[in-house]
Ligand binder design. Sequence first.
Ligand code: 1PR
Length: 523
Amino acid sequence: MLTLLDYGAGNVRSVINALEHLGETVHVATTGADIERATRLVFPGVGSFGTMMQTLHERGFVAPLRRYLAEDRPFLGICLGLQALFERSEESPGVEGLGVLAGNVARFRGDLSVPHIGWNGFVAHQPSPLFAELDGREKVYFVHSFHVVPRDPEVVLTTTDYGQRFVSAVQRGNLVATQFHPEKSGAVGLAILRGFLRGAEPRKPEHVPARTQLAKRIIACLDVRANDHGDLVVTKGDQYDVREEGAVRNLGKPVELARRYYEEGADEITFLNITGFRHFPLRDMPMLEVLRQTSRDVFVPLTIGGGIRDYTDEEGRTYSALEVASQYFRSGADKVSIGSEAVTAVEEVLRNGGRATGRSPIEQIAHVYGNQAVVVSIDPRRVYVESPEDVPHHVLETAFPGPRGERYCWYECTVRGGREGRPVDAVTLARVCEQLGAGEILLNCIDRDGTNRGFDLELVAAVKQAVTIPVIASSGAGVVEHFSEVFAQTGVESALAAGIFHRQEVPIGAVKAHLAGSLDVRV
Ligand code: 1PR
């Protein structure tokens, strides 16, 4: 019996989807006895080490899990399901892990963007059933801030380079566990899962890279809303105006387009529920259904944004932003993206003399689901000024002077889909959101959105320099050179586009082929 251990945090749905896609029937363990009965056990995990261990104890999973592993029955741990096997983690000092493997879990150190998010390679150190169909050149999807440090070198299955070399999978007998997410690693990940499920003949891939490299990610973004007939459509604005001759532009159906982008090689897919600020998303059930359907056969990370905020309905029932996010995760999202509420939270921190309140959606969602699950989406607009002293904001000297020859500008954050400007600049917003626990910044730009004029490199560079979390450059991509330009000139980890992909002007494959000469990409 294939059993999945669900301790209630994060997106286990995508692991179940991947296993079902491979023809398996998955039993979800709800008691220790379910673990006893398992013949193959999969333990995926996201969130924080401490919360995970606490829940494992509360549900009575710890002793049966230790027994299962002591008997060397087939086990696949994923992400925190790998880290749980060790004695302790720097993430949650004082909390004991399962201690099945000797060693601990450490945070990435050094001058690196953390979390380590994206597609990286692996160096195989021993034969494994997981490698049955691989040749060693593949890339797999990672998202984590901590990595395991085993004391016994014999258990090391793979290593990966990210600033330093770290252990990215372990194996001992029938126990195998990966830091990467096979369920989010496209066809390669499905092949890895198949190797485990079939108990394939252990094999070592023929290609052993000298070192591995994190790929630059290309993200396809789908702005979704109901059109005037009430159908949920993918739309696209020009500088956020999605209407053409009065009607909402309709560029296709969300699930179909997402599938197309997956097949064309998108490294990640983002859905933005762009009227989420108006309509409460838990009422907007079609959006949850879009996620459910997409995650059934799209095996790359899915991010969803729009309407993540506290809400009170007509009957006076209150929903927290965390509950909204939880619904999104349960429906298949790997990350949520917060727009307007991030601006509100930062304004509150600034009013509070720079001190966090602990109440913001960013803090609450990051606490439960981990920083890597929280993206902050910024919608800034350029405002020109004569001199840096004119405004109390982060001001840049620009190579593109304003209409009256102004040589300086700042980027005003907006809320409600660009409808309302707020007195916070994008650089400050990104910095404070990082402090609050955001794991990634999705940096749009209203001036460039839909223009095909290229990313606003000045904005992207300023935000990238201000934070250590990964930054996604967005808005304005028109030709493949815009991608190489933004990677070369700003150092961002990923770039997002919408219009050129929807209109099939520039296929994702063409972007990757163009980048492949000079940068590492997943092909
Ligand atoms: O404020 O938490 O409810 O989130 C709302 C989300 O919806 C925000 O992330 C906000 O960016 C997004 N949004 C709101 N209104 C619009 C609109 O277009 N009217 N879309 C909107 C934002 C920008 C990008 C776009 C890139 C690339 N669209 O998503 O995909 O600019 O486009 P391009 O390659 O065609 O230039 P909340």
